[in-house]
Design a protein around this ligand. Structure first.
Ligand SMILES: Nc1ncnc2c1ncn2[C@@H]1O[C@H](COP(=O)(O)OP(=O)(O)OP(=O)(O)O)[C@@H](O)[C@H]1O
Ligand SMILES: [Mg+2]
Length: 268
């Protein structure tokens, strides 16, 4: 049941989820999800912890077959095609998993080169050059030979994004990119995402419950509700804040500002 839908301004669908139900065995996590991610969107998947955001990403990127419904990449019905065609679709996407750590025994450059050399027939020098370009893209030029343990949390997130960008993806999936970061580092990451979108035209799907990010970078979204186990809003988050009257969505987008979530404790 979609209670509120604010239309996004762009109109070239790049991913369409149609009547999607996601489940683990008999345990339905979300049902009846229908939404469109358009080319050039920064599309936010939002909702409370445990509502099924990461599970939705797995259904979209081929890691988990939906219990019901379809995922279209353009005209291609992803879960209907053979493995070779699936690989062709997956080659167009880059993924940063939730808590997705870099390989700690490898330098930043090696982390990226491993992916590049798996897919592209190029020698080590060329791969290093490409890896350096990716690191420069996320503001980490000169850090090629550093190990993950030698850089800050924000830098690790950026290096993970560089790794997800290794093969120049058309669509980038980021699961909780700013989780655990201080507000300034989180803000820098938001700026980076907007920069990737505007300079490379990458469509970015961001899973997050960070309000500041949602409003700063998102132009389209879907809101997954834990209680009803379905989407209860979609569209531009800023417009949802202005116009959506679903109480769960409002509480989430205003951090429950209108009502006390717990009773004030009298310390006197
Ligand atoms: N492999 C699995 N097997 C069984 N249940 C799972 C599995 N992975 C996730 N779940 C369940 O699916 C539900 C949604 O999990 P998911 O990780 O998608 O939530 P989320 O919205 O990403 O949460 P968070 O914001 O905390 O990352 C949870 O109840 C979780 O326990
Ligand atoms: Mg998650």
């Amino acid at each position: 049941m979609i209670e509120h839908n604010v239309k996004a301004s762009r109109s070239e669908p790049i991913i369409v989820a149609e009547d999607l139900t996601m489940a683990f065995g008999d345990n339905v996590i979300q049902r009846d999800l229908t939404f469109t991610i358009n080319r050039g969107d920064v599309f936010i998947v939002m909702g409370a912890s445990g509502c099924g955001k990461s599970t939705l990403m797995k259904n979209l990127i081929g890691l988990q077959r939906p219990a019901k419904g379809n995922v279209f990449y353009g005209d291609t019905n992803f879960w209907d095609i053979d493995d070779t065609e699936k690989q062709r679709v997956l080659r167009r996407i880059g993924v940063m998993y939730q808590g997705g750590a870099l390989w700690s025994s490898m330098t930043l450059a090696e982390n990226i080169m491993l992916i590049i050399q798996e897919y592209l027939a190029i020698d080590t020098d060329q791969a290093l050059e490409l890896a350096s370009l990716k690191l420069a893209l996320v503001g980490l030029a000169g850090f090629e030979q550093y190990y993950p343990s030698e850089i800050s949390g924000g830098m690790k997130k950026r290096a993970s994004i560089a790794r997800a960008m290794a093969l120049d993806p058309e669509i980038l999936f980021l699961d909780e990119p700013s989780g655990g970061l201080d507000p300034i580092s989180a803000r820098m990451l938001d700026d980076l995402i907007l920069q990737l979108k505007s300079s490379l035209g990458t469509t970015v799907v961001v899973i997050t419950h960070e309000l500041a990010s949602i409003f700063t970078i998102g132009n389209n979204s879907v809101f997954l509700d834990t209680e009803t186990k379905t989407m209860i809003a979609s569209g531009n988050p800023k417009k949802l804040l202005e116009e959506c009257d679903n109480p769960t969505v409002r509480r989430f987008l205003t951090r429950g500002a209108a009502e006390p979530l717990i009773k004030t404790i009298d310390l006197s």
